[in-house]
Design a protein around this ligand. Sequence first.
Ligand code: MRU
Length: 372
Amino acid sequence: MNVNGKPYRTIWLHPKDNSIIQVIDQRYLPHQLIIEDLATFEQVCTAIKEMHVRGAGVIGAAAAYGMYLASLEAKKNQVKDIQTFLHLAGKKLKATRPTAVNLAWAVNRQLEKIVTLNDNINLIIENSAKIAQTIAEEDVSFCQNIGKHGVKLLEDISQKKHGEVVNILTHCNAGWLGCVDNGTATSPIYEAYRRGIKVHVWVDETRPRNQGSTLTAWELGQEGVPHTIIPDNAGGHLMQHGLVDIVITGSDRTTYTGDVANKIGTYLKAVAAKDNNIPFYVALTYSAFDWEISDGVKQIPIEERDGREVKYMKGLHDGEIKEVLVAPENSPVANYGFDVTPARLITGLITERGICQPSAEGVFSLYPEKRF
Ligand code: MRU
């Protein structure tokens, strides 16, 4: 998508040095566009853990590239037991952030190939580069397809409203910054906007890290999509007053039964949407499905993050990005990063293969190869 009219992705291979990965460092947006070079496996782990890159799609792609850098390091350091080295690297990557299943999925996809190549390090490097590239490209095209399927929902609402503005509420950033390009939840919105459908997006601020106000608002603005930032607690009020036509969020992990883990606060939006009879959709690619578990509330691991994220707020002051304390310094903090929205509160899942019911039957109708 565009930044000042120039197309960008969130992650790519350095054009002059294919041992370096480049990413948009999201910690500085919307104030500064900083491209970070990730030249080592450790740097990739830090970038994921400290959220230089964040959002399920790009976390998956970064993890895949991380495995590629680990294989380059295995060669450079003449590692003897390559398989153990790379499996340990995979374990370390998986531990950086526990909720987004795309991360473990990408690492496993790399390891499944790596184990078949024994200690042939050149072949391992060649294949892990290819797999990382494929994962990134797939994310781009799958998100595009989500747009093509999801736009029908917005078209329908627009028709019912006789061409009046369609108001969409979204939470966190499930936009192109959270993926490699296009976004999941935002893809139908961008597609609708391109087709001339009048849209307006209510952007939840998304405390504590403000991915909504800093990232979603910025990327929608760069594309010219009308939007308004709202405090996290405003959604219910807007819904009661007929100001929200549809909610679309992303997902970090969705059980095959349709329970969705997404940024903390998503569940409350789903409850409010249900109470107000407003359709609540979740957009995701197949890499965000967890095919092993059926009870999201009980089984999805929820990341707990540093309390500093709640007590301090970051912003621009006198041209410099600064952090300020906004709570008593010694008060304890609980900072759960995600919550789980049970399938019963979700109207449908928008995937690269189409839209389905949030149920095992619905999900397997789109992914029959996963049926057991
Ligand atoms: O903690 P974050 O910013 O990585 O959380 C991101 C989200 O919750 C997104 O909604 C989700 O990853 C979907 S983006 C494809």
